[in-house]
Ligand binder design. Structure first.
Ligand code: ADP
Length: 806
């Protein structure tokens, strides 16, 4: 199609001023054909694009110069805004004047004039003749009249662009030449053209809307995805603003959370100054009528302009003006479970909010509210998790303290005789469980503290710590604790405090090397006296010491004090026992000399007695000899006890026959058994050879036989010896006397242990003790079976102590 063709124009001969619709001229068939062809090609061009701006520009270029000298196309947007989107002029250089017209006075819906009327009503307006007089009525400003004159205006028509029942815009066609009025057929053609353009434009709009809807859906999906990753309220606000709200074209926005008391907390904002955002911080929602309204109505509040907003904002105009003169929206962040806060948006210009945009923003904010709810839930879960973790930690620490205290107490109780080892052990356990470092320092007689145990988690440092303390002296903190008797607890030892804790460069180096984060020194006190101090230190990653550790260490220090005291008592007792054994040893040696001499004297007396005097003296002499013998036995026992205690009992094994040894002993003790009224029966097989110390073996036999006579109640005594398996021999002495109660049995072989009263039976309670020491020294064992009132059997098991044993 040739856009320059002018053959549709009505002939200049038409009646000026006549209404276009009254044009009576009959169209020729050629003209009609050309029109139809024009329409067909126009329709084709107009439907070729899905961009409505292109469609409208095509329209303008189609009508100029075919139907008009110049043309302007204006579009009405949803918010009532009018925009000139296309223009064409027969003289191309004048196109800019058409835009200049709209710039000088932007077209709108309310000003007087044909364009506003068409946009408002959707009905075409025909300007049949425009004269110099009527021209100022069409435009409002003097400059526009000038521009109009330069463009040329004689007659014109403004045709609405319509689609789906609404006005989309208007096409203004103007003819500049006098007499070129618009005929009815022109009008029909223009109507048809604009109808087709409207259709194309509406299609393009539908297409654009569909694309926008698609873009919104995609944005919503992106926001949903980003929100699902947001774990805190702040992150939710950031996602809402950056992924959603900024894209709405709003110039300012804010996301605020509301706490249980209804106070606001601004989570994030854009376009607002920090001060402006801060002004809302902590304010009550009820303070702002617009927020109250949003809460009461439980829905978004939309305000097309500042004027609309002012009525409910509850804030002065001057304040709101600084935020912009345009539209506002207040969207409650709300889920089924309740209100969580608000989103506030401000636009720089007034506007209406199309339904699709409202739905989009509402959906966006709903997603945000749900994410906030999730974030709050995460927060609670996180907090609970942390509480649980710290409870477990507390439990673990308590267990650690308990374990340490138990282990330390066990060592303190078990090793009375080796306090040094015990303290080292305790410090080792401390440094590997509750602390990184443990020092035990005890006061010497001069009151100086001496480090007796030092342990570090890194055991390579123990020697270093010990030698540093030895050379540089104790740390002032430990000294202070020792002198005051009060614990010293430093929960947070920083670098500067570390400097203060050192008394000399050596200490400083030591403290720097150990780098303790917490330090604790407790006094070891007993009965008002401080015996020393225990120091604990921790350095990361070891947990710092807490108040519970102070109590634990005070308890440990008490136990250490008791252990130290017990150890010193124990040492004193041991010394006393040793002294006694030494005394017994010396005393029994001293006693033996006069006894030996007494025995010799008895022998001499016996020999020099004449028959007469023998008759008179013999019984008394015999008694004296017996008593000396008894005394000798007692002294021997005492001597043996001291030998055993001092570890001086030596054995001299020789080859001998146990049967013979038994016969000899029984024979020597014949008188004893006679006096006791007991018959002795021997059960001895052939010879029972072995290597034993003859004197000691005899001592055991005599002890057992003496007891059988003493406690045998005058009843028979059986003595039996026999060989046993694996190179052993067995000897038993059985009596039918008073017997021994079950509870006394286990202690009979102890030193000075007796199971009878001193009044009825004399004795030191040493015979069985010494017998057991001898038997065990020979590698054997001794045991007893007894029933009270029925008698006892003492059995000795001995190894023969020789390879030729049979
Ligand atoms: P002692 O006879 O001097 O008291 P022992 O060490 O020989 O000392 O014996 C310890 C205790 O064992 C005796 O006091 C007595 O109570 C008990 N005892 C020893 N042998 C017999 C026995 N054959 N029958 C009953 N009690 C006995």
């Amino acid at each position: 199609m040739n856009p320059n063709s002018v053959f549709f124009r009505a002939s200049p001969g038409g009646t000026p001023g006549a209404r276009a619709t009254s044009d009576e001229r009959v169209e020729s068939p050629v003209e009609m054909g050309a029109r139809l062809e024009f329409l067909a090609r126009a329709g084709e061009l107009l439907s070729a694009s899905l961009d409505w701006r292109t469609v409208l520009q095509q329209l303008a270029e189609l009508v100029v110069p075919a139907l008009a000298d110049w043309c302007a196309v204006d579009v009405l947007s949803d918010d009532g805004h009018v925009e000139r989107v296309a223009a064409a002029h027969r003289e191309r250089e004048k196109v800019s004047l058409i835009h200049e017209l709209s710039r000088l006075q932007p077209p709108d819906l309310v000003s007087p004039g044909s364009l506003s009327e068409v946009l408002r009503t959707g009905r075409p307006v025909v300007m049949e003749v425009v004269t110099e007089d009527t021209l100022p009525l069409l435009v409002r400003r003097a400059e526009q009249v000038d521009v109009m004159r330069r463009l040329g205006i004689h007659s014109g028509v403004v045709m609405p662009l319509q689609g789906r029942g609404r006005v989309l815009g208007a096409v203004s066609l103007v003819r500049g030449e006098e007499g070129a009025s618009i005929t009815a057929s022109d009008l029909e053609l223009v109507r048809e053209l604009t109808r087709r353009a409207s259709l194309s434009m509406d299609n393009a709009l539908l297409y654009a809307e569909a694309r926008e809807a698609q873009a919104r859906t995609e944005r919503l999906q992106a926001v949903t995805a980003a929100l699902s990753r947001a774990a805190t309220a702040k992150e939710v606000a950031d996602v809402l603003m950056n992924e959603g709200l900024r894209a709405t074209g709003a110039c300012r926005g804010a996301v605020a959370e509301m706490n249980d008391e209804g106070r606001l907390h601004v989570l994030g904002s854009f376009g607002h100054s920090e001060d402006a955002a801060r002004a809302f911080e902590g304010r009550r929602t009820g303070h702002f009528p617009v927020l109250r309204q949003a809460m009461e109505r439980r829905e978004a509040q939309w305000f097309s302009s500042l004027e609309d907003f002012l009525s409910v904002a509850g804030l002065p105009r001057y304040m709101l003006e600084t935020q912009g003169l345009g539209a506002r929206a207040i969207l409650p962040l709300m889920t089924e479970r309740g209100m969580r806060g608000f989103v506030a948006l401000t636009w720089s210009v007034a506007r209406v909010f199309p339904v699709v945009e409202r739905r989009f923003l509402e959906a966006l904010v709903y997603q945000g509210a749900q994410a906030l709810e999730r974030a709050a839930l995460y927060g609670t879960l996180r907090e609970r998790g942390e509480r649980l973790h710290s409870a477990l930690q507390v439990g673990k620490e308590a267990e650690e303290r308990l374990f340490f205290l138990l282990e330390a107490s066990r060592a303190l109780a078990e090793h009375l005789d080796d306090v040094e080892w015990t303290l080292e052990h305790v410090s080792r356990v401390a440094a590997s469980s509750v602390a990184s470092l443990c020092l035990v320092e005890l006061a010497g007689p001069d009151g100086a503290l001496r480090c007796v145990a030092a342990s570090h988690q890194d055991s390579g440092r123990n020697a270093l710590v010990l030698s540093a303390l030895e050379h540089e002296g104790t740390l002032p903190l430990s000294r202070e604790c020792y002198e005051t008797g009060e614990p010293r607890y430093l929960p947070d030892v920083g670098v500067s405090l570390r400097g203060e804790l050192a008394m000399n460069p050596g200490h400083r180096t030591l403290l720097e090397m150990l780098g303790p984060g917490t330090l604790l020194v407790v006094p070891v006190r007993t009965r008002g006296r401080t015996l020393g101090v225990i120091t604990l230190g921790t350095s990361a990653p070891q947990r710092p010491l807490a108040m519970a550790d102070v109590s634990m260490m005070e308890e440990l220090a008490r136990r250490v004090a008791v252990a130290l005291e017990n150890a010193s008592l124990y040492r004193a007792a041991q010394a006393a026992v040793r002294l006694r054994d030494e005394f017994l040893s010396v005393a029994s040696h001293e006693l033996k000399t006069p006894l030996t001499s007494l025995k010799l004297q008895h022998g001499l007396i016996e020999r020099v007695l004449g028959p007469d005097s023998r008759e008179k003296v013999a019984p008394r002499l015999a008694t004296a000899v017996r008593q000396v013998q008894r005394l000798t036995t007692l002294v021997d026992h005492l001597l043996d006890v001291s030998r055993v205690s001092l570890g001086r009992m030596a054995l001299e094994p020789t080859e001998l026959d146990l049967g013979q040894a038994v016969r000899d002993a029984v024979e020597r003790m014949e008188e004893v058994f006679t006096l006791a009224g007991c018959k002795v029966q021997l059960h001895l097989p052939g010879p029972l050879l072995g290597r034993w110390d003859a004197l000691r073996l005899d001592q055991v036999l005599v002890n057992l036989l003496t007891n059988a006579a003493k406690y045998g109640a005058g009843r028979p005594v059986q003595v039996e010896a026999a060989g046993a398996l694996e190179g052993m021999v067995r000897l038993s002495v059985r009596d039918e006397g008073i017997g021994i109660s079950e509870e006394d049995l286990p202690r009979l072989f102890g030193r000075f242990e007796r199971a009878v009263s001193d009044r009825h039976y004399g004795g030191l309670g040493l015979g069985l003790y010494i017998s057991r020491q001898i038997v065990e020294a020979m590698g054997g064992r001794i045991e007893v079976e007894s029933r009270q009132g029925l008698g006892s059997i003492f059995t000795v098991h001995l190894p023969r102590g020789t390879d030729v044993a049979r």
